[in-house]
Design a protein around this ligand. Structure first.
Ligand SMILES: C[S@@+](CC[C@H](N)C(=O)[O-])C[C@H]1O[C@@H](n2cnc3c(N)ncnc32)[C@H](O)[C@@H]1O
Length: 444
């Protein structure tokens, strides 16, 4: 049998270090970095190590800094490798000495052989001293929960009672939630097929189309996935279609549509033909909407447009239903995208809010008399949510907020205006905010 030149686990650790370096040092997204560096035979190990390391990076790196004279002087791949190895020691079931051995070889895989001695020494001390190091560092909430200080402070001001559960929810492993196309099958019928395939699941009581799997699995194992019978979509995201309540024959605008998760749901939930225009500012991302609709066997009109521009969609007649699923800080989906912890800055929030107000203003101007608009984000921050809706309501007296008659999500919190789902709350969803607006002008 051919001998691999490196200790078991060294190649995966080195690839994970490249992913973490790309995120933490170069500001790339975790998905993009995994796409580039996480494709080899050890793909799932690389994904698990890199995702876990990014999730706990803001706890691991202060601990490592205590063991290094000048942490910023280390080559960036070595710094990332130390974080990955420390993650494995602290959060995996691997024997620590096996991880240290693999890390020393991973230094060579990364072509940083001169750092082998240092990596060996630092990790051996980390294994010996980590309990006392973390005992001191964990006194600080931001370090204990591996979140940036600005976000912990902001959550403390906005959600004093819920902050601890939001932070814990952000560090949890997200469930795999499915949306069943109810025009093609029922929740009970699809769960029977899952069971026959050996996949355990639970129905989501407050949604008519939602199923949570007992354990995540690759979509290729889901019966009927490639034919569009089911889609992967968080339960909080599935709420948008219930709130918008599209009816057959209506003109519908999905204003920030890509990659099209909600576009497909709006078409399924309408239970009849609708004229849906899916818009996104990014041509590249709009192509993903097309792919998604193709899998679902659905059609919509697609258009590239910048909704912050007053003349966007000038040639279009008003719409009966509009969904504005606005670009945002993504602070509600940190459990799925832990890189948000490293990539977002406090200063980003004002810029998001500015764009959101302009998009919502532009979309609301296209709402037909008697029509309904749902504004949503996957943010937990008031500046991107109720403050945005209030700003647009203040300048448009013909708009008013409404509370649609849908089953409430457990633990959803009423805001003024709108409703907030928080990560870590009873419903088990990602964090989402929604507000429902109606145009009170009567048609001529
Ligand atoms: C949160 S994502 C939408 C997710 C989508 N609704 C779904 O369920 O799959 C926000 C989208 O808004 C788009 N976007 C950002 N700025 C925009 C603008 N000015 N006009 C239109 N779309 C915009 C982004 O390209 C991004 O695809």
């Amino acid at each position: 049998m051919a001998r691999t030149p490196w200790a078991p686990g060294a190649a995966a650790l080195a690839a994970a270090a490249q992913v973490v370096e790309a995120v933490a040092e170069q500001g790339r997204s975790l998905d993009a970095a995994l796409e580039e560096f996480g494709q080899g035979s050890e793909r799932s190990a690389v994904r698990a190590i890199a995702t876990g390391t990014v999730r706990w990076y803001l706890r691991l790196t202060p601990a490592l800094a205590r063991l290094l004279a000048r942490p910023r002087d280390l080559a960036t791949p070595v710094r990332a490798l130390l974080a990955c190895a420390a993650h494995q020691v602290e959060y995996s079931r691997n024997a620590p000495e096996v991880t240290v051995h693999a890390a020393v070889d991973a230094v060579r895989v990364l072509r940083q052989p001169r750092a082998a001695g240092l990596v060996n020494a630092v990790l051996r001390r980390f294994v010996r001293e980590r309990v006392s190091i973390f005992a001191a560092l964990d006194a600080e909430l931001a370090v204990r929960t591996a979140h940036p200080g600005w976000l912990v402070d902001l959550l403390g001001r906005q959600w004093p009672d819920a902050r601890a559960s939001i932070l814990a929810g952000d560090n949890g492993h997200p469930p795999l939630t499915l949306r069943v196309d109810l025009t093609r099958t029922s929740v009970a019928g699809y769960r029977r097929r899952l069971e026959a395939a050996g996949i355990g699941s639970e129905e989501i009581q407050w949604l008519d189309s939602g199923i949570t799997l007992d354990r995540p699995c690759p979509v290729s194992e889901l019966p009927g996935f490639s034919d569009g019978e089911v889609s992967v979509q968080d339960a909080g995201a599935q709420w948008a279609a219930a709130l918008l309540a599209v009816r057959p024959g209506q003109r519908v605008l999905d204003a920030c549509a890509a990659p099209g998760g909600k576009t497909g749901h709006l078409l399924e939930a309408a239970v009849g033909a609708v004229d849906l225009l899916a818009v996104d500012v990014s041509a590249e991302r709009l192509a993903l909407v097309e792919d998604n609709l193709q899998r679902l066997g659905r059609t919509a009109r697609l258009a590239i447009a910048d909704l912050t521009q007053p003349d966007a969609l000038a040639g279009e007649a008003p719409f009966d239903r509009i969904l504005v699923d606005a670009p945002c800080s993504s602070t509600g989906v940190i459990r799925r995208h832990p890189d948000i912890k490293l990539l977002r800055r406090a200063s980003d929030i004002g810029a998001f809010a500015d764009t959101q107000i302009r998009i919502l203003r532009g979309a609301a101007a296209r709402l037909a008399p008697g029509g309904r608009l749902v504004y949503g984000t996957c943010s937990v921050l008031a500046a991107e949510n109720e403050a945005v809706v209030r700003a647009v309501l203040n300048e448009a007296p013909h708009l008013r907020t409404v509370v649609p008659e849908v089953s409430p999500a457990p633990g959803a919190l009423p805001r003024d205006p709108g409703v907030q789902l928080l990560p870590g709350a009873e419903a088990g969803t990602d964090g989402f905010y929604y507000a429902c607006l109606e145009n009170t002008t009567t048609g001529t």
